[in-house]
Design a protein around this ligand. Structure first.
Ligand SMILES: [Zn+2]
Length: 160
């Protein structure tokens, strides 16, 4: 059995005066995610799932928020670098499943764009990159629009 499963989770605060990058796509919104990088919560969860499946630690180990060269970095670059690490360890991606958890804005119409952006970076088909979205029915920090969460699962296959 040459398969490895991985799981990733990420959280960011939502604040005013920040661009809102999600799944590699710039989404018009009154708030954006706060972080050292562009704070793309979905791409970070996918990086963590990928690194985890290969037992390579987490995103903070490889791309620490104390590294000034990573300030406001495009998370698509982090995703690409994570893929390179996983490939170097001898793995290819089979598929990704993910869920975004946020109260606003409605992201349904942006999901195909996110799938396209992620599939392109990871050399996958769009139907290998599942992205779902849910709210918390106005409960908790997500419901109060103070932040958002992304969860991602990934399957890797050992290169032959
Ligand atoms: Zn993050």
């Amino acid at each position: 059995m040459n398969l490895r499963i991985g799981f990733g989770i990420d959280f960011h605060q939502l604040v005013e005066d920040r661009q809102f990058w999600l799944g590699g796509v710039l989404i018009p919104h009154s708030k954006g995610a706060l972080g050292h990088s562009d704070a793309d919560v979905l791409l970070h969860a996918i990086c963590d799932a990928m690194l985890g499946a290969a037992c390579l630690g987490d995103i903070g180990v490889h791309f620490p928020d104390t590294d000034a060269s990573l300030k406001n970095i495009d998370s698509k670059i982090l995703l690409k670098k994570s893929l390179e690490l996983v490939r170097k360890a001898g793995y290819n991606i089979v598929n990704i499943d993910s869920t975004l958890c946020l109260q606003a804005p409605k992201v349904k119409d942006y999901i195909p764009l996110m799938q396209t952006a992620i599939a392109q970076i990871l050399s996958l088909n769009i139907n290998d990159v599942s992205i779902k979205a849910t709210t918390t029915e106005k409960m908790g920090f997500v419901g109060r629009e103070e932040g958002l969460v992304a969860y991602a699962s990934i399957l890797l296959h050992k290169q032959v």
